[in-house]
Design a protein. Structure first.
Lengths: 321, 350
């Protein structure tokens, strides 16, 4: 899917986002390459602090004030949106072509606005739609995400967690973007609600033909949506492969250990855990960043690994060199 | 809450039972919950009665020494209220919680203090549970000060023992650190160490791993398991995640809208879920498999009911696909035992 040049919605090349802190420069996103097809869902997996949320923010240019380095290319439908100035980016890209459901968005809805007005707001802001039109579009989105239409007039506190999450999703979809980032969309929800939200996401992916980048640390639920999987470790993407290949046989030692740490419900398999901690992103080790915790480390790992194509996976590991 | 002064004298007897040696004399359950109801009154304008929230509504179980149970349920099903009542933080509206043969609700301040030293509590959010202005040493010392362990050498010995038990060695590297300097996994170890430091007999763990990364979760669960084995602890593990329960406890209790609806040994329950709700929970919990993305899951419609006006009869009936007309919505199902030691409160198994 992603190999076909005409079918690429977004291509990220050598994206870097470093933050300045009192203790030095944090290399949160450090040379990430990633591409994404139309109507494709890619999952970015990784432990907390590996830079996966920063990756989303870097692509959407939602930057804090302490940015040290912000470089690379993001091609969206072939145009480099990194080259746009802030005004054009805001007008033509953010929330028009790509939007985001931030982490814990369901708890960040404005308590004094009706949810319908909140969902309609991006329409008035970006398409200068009048209120009627915007509300009609919000109503359509409510139907897509499975919220009863009369909830348009309710306030956030009158909705349950699952419904609020759907409203947050509707807000990201209302402008009909091509790409939606989902940052841990179900981490605060119950099992049944979570399964429900994933049902909705699958349905929306078919109906509206959007692409998703799902950011999560929950491997088991990520398989509910993934066409492809990207594993992130300490600011690098260490493996990208199709879901069918990844969930059957991950190649990078980190991906393997991550998969082995998942408690399984239906299969008899004792989970294991990864000893040690991810390296600090303040001056990370120069070679492979996983080397310290890796069981199959050898001399070569002192150098930074290149990316190798093996059996349909792209792996950043010397084992496959 | 008012404490009846006359009861105070009778409590002295309870206190003697709570001596550490007292357990050995008792046969039977360490913790026994009988027909427990915890209702919270709703008030209108601050004084008019407006009904009750029936957070826990008729729960029965026994827990023996060295046993681990997992209580599984969605948020709002009453599992935290149940836990807090067991810890003595809420008073039962009806029914009782007994620990080592004496009723927790009747404890006076001294008995309660001694009860709290025998029950450890592991919180959900380790960062929120640790005071940010205290270092690890003082966090671990505080319970001992409160419970009258005055000997400084003894305190130091215990801290070092417990630190090595939670695998934070060398202890000196950590004792002077403040919570924000530790990783999530280490913070949770400190919380566990604090729960263990008074050598409790029962540990109540409320979603101890839900805030941690996948790679650390298993490590913390293993640690709890090891502590349980080596100290012959009884453990109540509260969670919404079925997949972690199986590695930890011997029994699973499934809770829905204030009631335990199914109780069985872990393997029995996972292999043969009897209640439609348990079935749905198992169905909704994915294992990593790319085929998950290709199908829609069958999820019972709707949401858990309000506990102010729970549905009549079986509380799951409005969402249940196998509801029996004329029975499920009328009569509350009792616990049936279709298989030995496997209880389900569902009319399908009458």
């Amino acid at each position: 899917m992603s190999d076909n040049g005409n079918n690429i919605l977004m291509r990220v090349e050598d994206l870097r986002l470093y933050f300045r802190t009192r203790n030095g420069v944090v290399q949160a996103v450090d040379g990430v390459d990633l591409d994404l097809g139309y109507n494709e869902a890619i999952v970015v997996l990784g432990e907390s602090g590996c830079g996966k949320t920063s990756l989303a923010k870097a692509v959407l240019r939602l930057l804090p004030r302490n940015v040290d380095t912000y470089s690379g290319h993001v091609y969206l439908n072939g145009t480099d949106v990194m080259a746009l100035d802030d005004r054009d980016f805001r007008r033509d890209v953010r929330w028009v072509k790509m939007s985001m459901v931030p982490q814990a968005a369901m708890n960040a809805l404005n308590p004094v606005l009706r949810v319908g007005d909140q969902v309609a707001e991006p329409m008035t802001a970006h398409y200068l739609a009048d209120k009627e039109e915007a509300l009609a579009q919000a109503r359509r989105m409510f139907q897509h995400v499975g919220v009863p239409v009369d909830f348009l007039h309710r306030y956030a506190f009158e909705l349950s967690g699952g419904m609020r999450q759907r409203v947050a999703l509707a807000m990201a979809l209302v402008t009909m973007p091509n790409l939606v980032f989902l940052d841990e969309p179900t981490s605060a929800l119950d099992v049944l609600t979570q399964a429900n939200i994933f049902n909705v996401l699958k349905q929306i992916k078919n109906e509206l033909e959007v692409s998703f980048i799902l950011i999560t640390h929950d491997i088991a639920t990520s398989s509910e949506l993934a066409d492809r999987v990207a594993v992130m470790y300490a600011g690098h993407i260490v493996e990208v492969s199709h879901a069918s290949l990844f969930f059957a046989e991950p190649l990078h030692p980190y991906s393997r250990m991550l998969m082995d740490s998942v408690p399984r419900l239906k299969v008899e398999q004792e989970p294991t855990f990864i000893t040690g901690h991810p390296p600090s992103l303040l001056g990370p080790p120069s070679g492979c960043r996983f080397a310290d915790r890796c069981p199959s480390r050898f001399e070569k790992c002192a150098e930074e690994p290149s990316v190798f194509e093996v059996k349909g996976h792209r792996v950043k590991c010397w084992l496959y060199g | 809450m008012s404490v009846d002064i006359r009861n105070r004298e009778e409590e002295v007897e309870n206190e003697t039972l709570l001596d550490k040696g007292g357990y050995e004399k008792l046969s039977g359950a360490l913790l026994s919950v009988r027909d427990l109801r915890v209702w919270f009154e709703l008030k209108r304008f601050g004084f008019l009665h407006a009904g009750y929230v029936r957070a826990v509504d008729g729960v029965n179980f026994d827990l023996h020494r060295g046993e681990a149970i997992g209580i599984v349920g969605e948020s709002g099903c009453g599992k935290t209220t149940l836990m807090k009542t067991i810890l003595g933080l809420y008073r039962p509206t009806e029914g009782e919680v007994s620990f080592a043969g004496s009723e927790v609700d009747t404890f006076g301040s001294q008995a309660l203090q001694s009860y709290r030293s025998s029950v450890g509590y592991v919180q959900q959010d380790p960062y929120g549970a640790l005071p940010p202005f205290m270092n690890v040493q003082s966090i671990l010392e505080e319970p001992m000060r409160i419970h009258g362990i005055k000997d400084e050498l003894e305190r130091d010995r215990r801290i070092r023992d417990v630190m090595s038990e939670v695998k934070m060695t060398p202890a000196d590297d950590f004792l002077n650190k403040y919570p924000h300097m530790l990783s999530g996994g280490q913070q949770q170890r400190v919380v566990i160490a604090r729960a263990m430091i008074l050598e409790p007999r029962l540990i109540v763990a409320d979603e101890p791993v839900s805030m941690l990364d996948a790679s650390v979760r298993v490590e913390i669960l293993r640690l709890l398991q090891k502590l349980q084995d080596s100290h012959d602890l009884a453990v109540i593990y509260i969670t919404h995640d079925l997949s972690t329960v199986r590695y930890f406890s011997e029994y699973i209790f499934v809770m829905y809208a204030g009631k335990l609806i199914e109780r069985a040994r872990v393997h029995e329950l996972l292999a043969n879920p009897l209640h439609p709700y348990t079935h749905a929970l198992l169905e909704a919990t994915p294992d990593p498999d790319y085929q998950n993305a290709l199908t829609q899951k069958e999820i019972p419609p709707g949401e858990p009911p309000s506990l102010v006006n729970p549905p009549s009869g079986c509380r799951f009936h409005p969402r249940c696909s196998r509801m029996i007309q004329g029975l499920c919505e009328v009569e509350i199902p009792p616990d049936f035992e279709p298989e030995p030691e496997h209880f389900a409160a569902c009319w399908l198994h009458r």
